[in-house]
Design a protein around this ligand. Structure first.
Ligand SMILES: Cc1ncc(C[n+]2csc(CCOP(=O)(O)OP(=O)(O)O)c2C)c(N)n1
Length: 668
């Protein structure tokens, strides 16, 4: 295990939690502790195992929430893979991992499922440290074929014979890296099995030309059935029947070539097995067995599945049910908290974006497969010609935007902080070096909760702040988000705004957005006599204000600044603080390395002020942050009002001790 990560292993987790839902009444499932137990069953028992797993997932998700629809759609795939392959000797590599709950259940984590995504519980995705069956960690899309190909090559180099199978969804397949891997796999001709989980869905409906191709294969299923029926009918016509059938065959073959399943795949150097009903364990096992016998190169097994399979509400609304919170099983209705909550940042963003686009027809909005998660669904609805869902293609999204910016449009890319990591070179090479007017909005910045280390948006400050021309800002609340949206879009070069997951703090959002002065901080609390300054931005501004109130009760006055901009810094203000205060505390919900606090230290160093003032940087240290409730995780790193209060107080005490120590020694 890496030194700096937190333990979230499955070992012992099941014991610590006592799930109310269990599998005791599930005859087969309770006997399966490892895939070897599954493989001892007869093939005709597999549908029953799948049924029990499905029921267990529905019951558990109804209580704890999770990737319900995605995982229900992949139950039979998991059962068939662990049945057909000798896992863990044969390697299964899951893409994203959000659909792998059945895999978790079959690989020793059944009783821990109710702990999924909770602090101390099992991960919602795949983690090597959690299980030997999780051969490759995941969370982001389109990685499985590359990783599996690497494992296949390692196998070949060691002279071993086991199988390597990557499972990938139809929306992740067009992701750039998956395409790059297919390109190389077809060329290397090593043994590799790719199981395509084709449910016609990303989170939203899948988009793109490759999706169109897969749809044509689905449609061809109907066509080929028709073709055989027509052939039989023609042949049945007395005397001329056979000749008619032969004549029609040429035409039919030409037609068939246009829609022939796997034609494109074959061209790329893969064998194609399909299409298989992805909910028929017998057909799946048979197809995988067939794939195991392909020895001269890679093979794709094309399984057609239904997202949410087996749970009516999820099948009826596959988009909404990709992931869900707790729900009532009978109705599918969400179990909501009774307290009315403020609008989410995402909702405010979507609404504001529509307003801004109505006023400026040059604005174009883009999402990379996350329309509802980013609020861009509203924009797509309202401005279908000026909004694009590019699919799981963050890199393309940014360079596509850069192209538009070259022609005078104002593209706005709305991507979760964690997924924008994919497009770092595009930000540098295609946008910032050319100083193009592309605006970046990063939802889910900071700690995101249950989705854990692969999804926390903690690196954006470090990776964006380092790039010349880039401007970086973060709002303290949803009202300021609106101002920053206008400011960033109006700025004639690259600008990025990051904001957190979840609800705002409830401030009014009906005032027209205001332009903010770039690089100007906001003084929020100052009584003139304070010798402590807390400088925060984004989600840490309000906790800092609260901390200042607590400190005041202890007789410690603190000036509180909303930095607003991580880049450029309000150098005038920060240097003045450094010259007049004895303690300067920076607070941010981001990694400390390369963060805002580092930027402030650099500024003070450049101005010879590091010795003048004590600087304390608060943020996330150099370790992986596990999954769990966001509030709890933030508190763990001292990133709440109490934590800020405590840290400031401790440091004031140290300074006081030094001062009294120094004066005592002077007296002596
Ligand atoms: C790089 C990246 N971008 C976006 C996401 C968010 N995301 C998670 S699952 C998903 C849809 C994946 O669709 P597909 O691979 O077809 O699997 P399905 O959920 O349909 O089973 C998306 C877009 C991600 N995980 N990684």
């Amino acid at each position: 295990m890496p030194v700096n990560s937190e333990k979230t292993g499955a070992a012992g987790v099941a014991k610590r939690f006592s799930p109310r839902y269990n599998t005791r009444h599930m005859k087969l499932l309770q006997q399966i502790d490892t895939p070897a137990d599954l493989r001892r069953l007869r093939p005709e028992q597999l549908p029953e195992v799948a049924g029990e797993i499905r029921q267990f997932i529905i019951e558990t998700m109804s209580r704890v929430g999770g990737h319900t629809g995605a995982s229900l759609g992949a139950v039979e795939l998991a059962v068939a893979m662990h049945y057909a392959f000798d896992t863990p000797r044969d390697r299964l590599v899951w893409d994203v991992g959000h659909q792998a709950y059945a895999h978790k259940i079959l690989t020793g984590r059944r009783d821990a499922l109710p702990t999924i995504k909770q602090y101390g519980g099992i991960s919602g995705f795949l983690r090597r440290e959690e299980s030997e069956y999780d051969t490759f960690g995941a969370g982001h899309a389109s990685t499985s074929i590359s990783a599996a190909l690497g494992m296949a090559i390692a196998r070949d180099q060691r002279g071993e014979r086991h199988h390597v199978c990557a499972l990938i969804g139809d929306a992740s397949l067009p992701g750039g890296m998956a395409m790059e891997a297919i390109n190389q796999a077809g060329h290397l001709k090593t043994r590799l099995i790719v199981l395509l989980n084709d449910n016609e869905m990303s989170i939203a409906p899948a988009v793109g030309a490759l999706t169109g191709y897969l749809n044509r294969i689905r449609e061809a299923q109907g066509y080929h059935r028709l073709k055989d029926e027509v052939g039989d009918t023609l042949r049945a016509i007395p005397s001329v029947g056979e000749r008619l059938r032969q004549a029609a065959k040429t035409v039919k073959d030409a037609l068939a070539a246009a829609v022939l399943p796997g034609a494109l795949v074959n061209e790329l150097g893969f064998k194609y097995i399909g299409y298989v009903d992805g909910h028929d364990t017998r057909a799946l096992v048979q197809a995988l067995e067939e794939a195991k016998h392909v020895t001269d190169g890679p093979v794709i097994v094309h399984a057609l599945t239904t997202k949410g399979k087996g749970y009516r509400p999820a099948e009826l609304n596959r988009y909404k049910w990709h992931a869900s919170g707790p729900f009532d099983i009978a109705t599918g209705n969400a179990v909501k908290s009774s307290k009315p909550a403020p609008l989410t940042y995402t909702a405010v963003f979507g609404e504001t974006m529509c307003q801004l686009m109505a006023e400026d027809e040059k604005i174009i909005t883009l999402t990379a497969a996350m329309p509802d998660g980013t609020g861009v669904d509203k924009v797509l609805e309202r401005f279908p010609d000026r909004a694009f869902d590019v699919g799981i293609a963050e890199q393309h999204c940014i360079t596509f935007s850069a192209g538009m910016a070259c022609e005078g449009l104002k593209p706005v890319a709305v991507i979760y902080s964690t997924f924008l990591q994919r497009a770092f070179d595009q930000i540098v090479h295609d946008v910032c070096i050319q100083n193009l007017d592309v605006t970046f909005f990063m939802d889910r910045a900071g700690i995101v909760g249950g989705d854990g280390p692969t999804h926390h948006g903690l690196l954006d400050i470090a990776y964006l702040r380092a790039v010349p021309h880039m401007i970086v800002m973060a709002p303290k609340d949803e009202g300021e988000l609106r101002d920053m949206m206008l400011t960033a879009i109006e700025h004639p070069g690259p600008a990025a705004v990051r904001y957190p997951r979840g609800n705002g703090i409830g401030v009014a959002t009906d005032r027209a957005p205001q332009l903010l002065e770039i690089g100007k901080a906001e003084l929020l609390r100052d009584n003139g006599s304070a010798d402590v300054a807390i400088v925060a931005y984004g989600s840490m501004v309000h906790p800092s204000l609260k901390a200042a109130e607590l400190l005041a009760k202890d007789g410690i006055e603190a000036t509180v600044i909303n930095a607003r901009f991580v880049k450029p810094l309000d150098a005038g203000l920060l240097l003045a603080l450094a010259r007049t205060k004895r303690l300067l505390v920076t607070v941010e919900e981001a990694y400390l390395a390369g963060g805002f606090g580092s930027a402030v230290m650099e500024l003070l160093e450049e101005n010879g002020l590091l010795d003048r003032v004590r600087v304390v940087r608060m943020g996330v240290p150099d370790r992986l942050v596990t999954h769990g409730d966001s509030k709890l995780l933030l508190a763990k790193y001292g990133l709440d009002a109490d934590g800020i209060y405590t840290r400031v107080k401790e440091n004031v005490e140290v300074l006081d001790e030094r001062r009294t120590g120094a004066s005592a020694s002077r007296r002596v």
